[in-house]
Write a protein that binds this ligand. Structure first.
Ligand SMILES: [Zn+2]
Length: 240
């Protein structure tokens, strides 16, 4: 609302910086240029946002007069109305984060199972437990076994990939883990690797192919080779 002339006129006469700044100052008019859902760092949850750009004008008595350039873009939370830099959109929503985590664990489980090309019952059981705990409640041993078969058939159709071993799987692992990794605490990264290790150990000690896959998981999670070795050794101790 625009302040009345009389009231501000009197304020100006009485002087003082704060009163002058109420008379002259920069006003920003915001325009919405997009919207979506984000994780609000202000009120801490998945919220709707509006992406807004502003036009600043030098204002006298609340009336915008002279253009003073643009402001923003900013992200405005629909719930708390706070403004944030657009980097606030880099952080996934809780919903998106859970989905990425679920997909990552599913991909790691498949990769470990596929490493040897054979699916032992014990390994399938362990994998189903891990994948269900990650959020795919409906996952069954039959489903995982079918996916492994499909993966094997795929590799068979692309003989040039056989020579490079686990190339296809490595790409899948990176696609699932790379976007997730920056948002995981170290304990979260270790947990994903250890879950893969438990699946590998369910049907006996690590095979060289399983070690390779778990090494790829570790590097996609940006863990050092020493950390990976330590965690794999620890998982072996606790599982036997
Ligand atoms: Zn908020």
């Amino acid at each position: 609302m625009l302040p009345g002339w009389g009231r501000n006129g009197r304020a100006a006469q009485e002087g003082g910086i704060s009163r002058i700044s109420r008379v002259v100052g920069i006003r920003t008019a915001w325009t919405t240029v997009g919207d979506g859902e984000f994780f609000c760092p202000g009120c801490g949850g998945d919220r709707n946002y509006q992406r807004r750009t502003g036009r600043r004008r030098f204002a006298v008595l609340g009336i915008p007069l002279v253009p003073r350039g643009s402001a923003g873009p900013v992200v405005e939370c629909a719930a708390c109305c706070e403004h944030f830099g657009t980097d606030a959109l880099d952080h996934p929503t809780t919903h998106r984060f859970s989905a990425m985590l679920r997909d990552a664990v599913h991909t790691v489980a498949l990769a470990v199972l596929a490493a040897d090309g054979t699916c032992e019952r014990a390994a399938l059981e362990a994998a189903v437990g891990v994948v269900r705990a990650a959020g795919f409640d409906q996952c069954t041993e039959e489903q995982l076994a079918a996916l492994i078969e499909a993966l094997a058939a795929d590799t068979g159709r692309l003989p040039e990939q056989c020579g490079s071993g686990l190339t296809g799987l490595a790409i899948e692992l990176h696609e699932a883990l790379d976007p997730l990794t920056p948002h995981l605490a170290p304990a979260g990264r270790e947990s994903i690797l250890v879950q893969g290790a438990r699946i590998a150990l369910a049907d006996g000690p690590y095979t060289p192919a399983e070690r390779d896959v778990l090494g790829t998981v570790g590097s996609a999670l940006t863990m050092g080779a020493d950390d990976v070795s330590r965690l794999l050794a620890a998982a072996r101790t606790t599982s036997s």
